[in-house]
Design a protein around this ligand. Sequence first.
Ligand SMILES: O=C(CO)COP(=O)(O)O
Length: 252
Amino acid sequence: MGRLFFVGGNWKCNGTSEDVKKIVSTLNGGQIPSKDVVEIVVSPPFVFIPSVKSELKPEFQIAAQNCWVKKGGAFTGEISAEMLVNLGIPWVIIGHSERRALMNESNEFVGEKVAYALSQGLKVIACVGETLEERDAGTTMKVVAAQTKAIADKISSWDNVVLAYEPVWAIGTGKVATPAQAQEVHAELRKWLETNTKAEVAASTRIIYGGSVNGGNCKELAGQKDLDGFLVGGASLKPEFIDIIKAAEVKK
Ligand SMILES: O=C(CO)COP(=O)(O)O
């Protein structure tokens, strides 16, 4: 089965309720390809999720930006996977590099989180990616393989996982990976899945790219063989997010 193009918009810790209204109205007014061409997910900050969910067209699914590593309880400030399920939120982003770096989330912790979220019935956008120093040292594949292995070690099925390759040096910097750089890592990740999981997992798992994707560079990136979509930060807050969604048509 072909891999349905996937576009996620990660709003990060941005916006007021007024901003959110504007974004929702832009998205609702955009001409987007049909559901058999692209799967679209937007990820607002937790506090805005209920209003965005009720106001956005059903073509846009919702993802949380994080959730707690196990069952909820006495964990002040955390949001549990069960709560997301309770609110009918289908997706969660786990292991974003900002959380790995700023909240010290280790590979193992990320793997545990992915496994727990899946066990509760959530679908997961699992993020991996190397820093500039790691790339310069020639260790890109070693780093992303270790991050992917920590997830693979804890889960029994990749059916509900989208793997997001987000090189840290490309996030929020305007320095997008070249299509060839992205394709190289995506192909290596697919090979890693083939060797370490199953051929069917490698063939069916969507590997999406994130890091300074915008309306101008999305089409060429989307044309890469092993690139199955995007996780967009800054540009997902702007009207050009619609153009990025339309890049899915390149695969038709
Ligand atoms: O981190 C990202 C998406 O999760 C990418 O962010 P930018 O698109 O702003 O570089």
